[in-house]
Design a binder for this molecule. Structure first.
Ligand code: TXA
Ligand code: MG
Length: 325
């Protein structure tokens, strides 16, 4: 099931030939192309249905290569790379000249990370270059955390799929803008804000868009087919049962404190009490509820600490703009 050495070599050859390879990382599966090949990168956007202005993350094989990909490595970035790579942290820095603007969506900055997965690291080592890769899903939908998710969603549009089992972290990397003097979090993810702050020795601003919902400007993202409705934890059961009575096929993400509740809904998933386990399984739950034919998912936000911040961000984004906001 897990990719063999010959799979890795084949995947590296596909990248060299300008093809697309889906590969496992510790966060989610990526849809990779040679970062220095503008035509291959363009195909990533086409396969995903992603607007060309939406930049990609370049994956590299080790922190020691960072200087080859960005214009300069500020002290803060060096510190974070040393401490968290390989791992679920993406650094935004000034773009080095070898990176085509196609990969950065026209930006003069580059998002770059070293993934912590043996298959991804073996691929990067066999390939030798940088791999530009967004999550291997259609634009706006739930990220894949198994090779089967990738095959189900992208099928033949990908030239080769490396199977590395289920992703350990389950939500995407934390993106930190490290271009200026004051780093900030652009997307919460697998490295917690608390861990970043402990290393930096100061508080970090979080500039994610999770709370900003200008109607029409922030379409839903990380979203299942079913509509996601977020309510307070103690209202999940009543809200779900009401919607079910009104004729919806309701899926419920039942908060840990209500794990024993009997809910009259179409599909009920008990959310794990540990946020690490919840993060690992979140996208799988959303896919499962879609598969079971739910048209509405009722959920609540976890406490926004540790990995709970990333989970809350994804659920907020999945729920999309609300008419009242
Ligand atoms: O865990 C992850 O980060 C996964 C795995 C495959 O590495 N990748 C991932 O890629 O989540 P994607 O394309 O789905 O999300 C990348 C995010 C986008 O929200 C994009 O806007 C942001 O990174 N990004 C990329 N380049 C950027 C830049 N130069 N400045 C600010 N944000 C950037
Ligand atoms: Mg994505």
């Amino acid at each position: 099931m897990t990719a063999t050495t010959s799979d890795i070599e084949k995947a590296a050859a596909v990248l060299r030939a300008g093809g697309l390879v889906a590969f496992p990382t510790e966060t989610v599966y990526g849809l990779g192309a040679n970062a220095e090949d503008p035509a291959a990168v363009a195909r990533v956007f086409q396969v995903k249905g992603r607007p060309p202005s939406h930049p990609l993350i370049v994956h590299i094989g080790g922190a020691e290569h960072l200087g080859d990909w960005v214009e300069d490595v500020p002290e803060t970035a060096r510190l974070l790379a040393e401490r968290f790579w390989p791992g679920p942290l993406t650094l935004v820095l000034r773009r080095g000249r070898r990176v085509p603007l196609e990969a950065t969506g026209g930006l003069e900055t580059l998002a770059v990370r070293v993934p912590d997965h043996p298959v991804a690291l073996a691929l990067l080592s066999a390939f030798g270059g940088g791999v530009a890769a967004p999550s291997a899903n259609r634009f706006g939908s739930v990220s894949p955390t198994t090779a089967d998710h990738v095959r189900a969603e992208l099928g033949d549009a990908v030239d080769f799929v490396l199977d590395g089992g289920s992703c350990e972290v389950g939500v995407e990397s934390t993106i930190v803008d490290a271009t200026g003097d004051t780093p900030s979090v652009l997307r919460p993810g697998g490295v917690t804000r608390e861990d970043l702050e402990a290393v930096l020795g100061r508080p970090l601003a979080v500039h994610s868009t999770s709370r900003v919902r200008v109607p029409g400007q922030h379409p839903s993202h990380y979203a299942p087919r079913a509509r996601v409705v977020l309510v307070e934890p103690e209202k999940v059961v009543a809200e779900a049962e009401l919607a079910q009575e009104l004729g919806h096929r309701v899926g419920v993400l039942l908060p840990p404190a209500f794990a024993d509740a009997q809910v009259k809904a179409h599909a009920v998933v008990a959310v794990p009490a540990s946020t690490a386990a919840y993060a690992r399984r979140l996208y799988g739950f959303l896919r499962e509820l879609d598969q079971r034919g739910c048209d509405l998912i009722v959920a609540s936000l976890p406490v926004e600490e540790g990995l709970g911040l990333a989970i809350a961000n994804r659920l907020n984004r999945a729920a999309g703009p609300r008419p009242s906001e």
